[in-house]
Design a protein around this ligand. Structure first.
Ligand SMILES: C[S@@+](CC[C@H](N)C(=O)[O-])C[C@H]1O[C@@H](n2cnc3c(N)ncnc32)[C@H](O)[C@@H]1O
Length: 269
């Protein structure tokens, strides 16, 4: 199922649900977000994602995220929300005026900034965590300056984006790739849904094999013997991130690094 999604003003997300005309699958609306996961609407069936995804579904972690958790990232070199937002805006300049998708938006700290900037025709906040989306909705509700913005909240798995190919101008993924179950599936999906000329911008923590004997990179030979360890975050070297973008068809790779922080960008040709 690939959903042809056009962002709509927030009142439209109060619909009770809808059916895909192509595959007949029904999707539910949880009042505040559209649930476009494959398991949307299931009553008995449930499945667990890796711990690095499940962690953020917890109500407590979702509540704490914007109330101290995220600020801790600055200790690893993250410049902080305002500067990260400005850096991302610079990368997105070629697609100003288009539709922006903030994947793994968490509580929507960047979504709100993108929506307020007036730089985009529509902004879609997407996350797998229902509780993060609830936090996101609450923060939006508390902010009067967002009342007339074209903003939609969607629940989806990054490995299966519910958007038509070549339909999105800008995709932002703040501090998220290390949490994704399969970064390669995710970046391939991102590349698929971007329009030609569309821009992908992401931040994450770099792994540093030279400094850290227990880094993912240093343990890679062991992983082949003992198998994948799904409980920890997936950190990458800059070379790996560039390689991943290229292998998913993105061009014009560029990056900015500050200690363990990296912001990188690629463009759909
Ligand atoms: C560390 S938070 C980042 C939040 C925000 N973008 C930021 O810059 O602070 C990581 C987010 O990735 C989301 N996430 C994890 N696995 C995901 C998946 N499979 N699909 C979509 N989002 C996922 C989590 O729910 C969480 O909100």
């Amino acid at each position: 199922m690939i959903f042809s999604f056009y962002a709509c003003p927030r009142p439209a997300i109060y619909r009770s649900g809808f059916k895909c005309s192509k595959c007949n699958k029904s999707f539910t609306s949880k009042d505040i977000f559209l649930d476009l996961t494959v398991t949307s609407g299931t009553k008995e069936y449930s499945e667990l994602k890796p711990a690095r995804t499940e962690l953020f579904r917890s109500p407590l972690v979702s509540f704490l995220y914007e109330r101290g958790w995220r600020q801790n990232f600055n200790r690893s070199g993250f410049p902080g929300l305002d500067e990260e937002f400005q850096m991302a805006q610079d990368y997105f300049q070629p697609v100003a005026g288009g539709m922006l998708l903030d994947v793994s938006c968490g509580s929507g700290l960047f979504t709100r900034k993108f929506a307020k900037s007036g730089s985009y025709s529509a902004v879609i906040a997407l996350d797998f965590s229902e509780n993060m989306l609830r936090q996101c909705y609450e923060f939006i509700q508390q902010d009067d300056t967002l009342v007339n913005t074209n903003l939609a909240l969607v629940r989806a798995d990054i490995s299966r984006l519910p958007f038509a190919s070549c339909s999105i101008d800008a995709i932002h993924a703040g501090a998220a790739i290390h949490c994704w179950p399969s970064p390669s599936n995710a970046v391939a999906e991102i590349s698929r849904v971007l329009k030609p000329g569309g821009v992908f911008v992401a931040t994450t923590f770099l792994s540093s094999p030279r400094n850290n004997p227990f880094s993912v990179e240093a343990l890679r030979p062991l992983r082949q013997i003992v198998g994948p360890v799904n409980t920890s975050y997936n950190y990458f070297t800059e070379g790996e991130l560039e390689d991943l973008c290229k292998s998913c068809g993105l061009v014009n790779y560029s990056s900015k690094v500050q200690r363990s922080f990296i912001m990188f960008s690629g463009q759909k040709p």
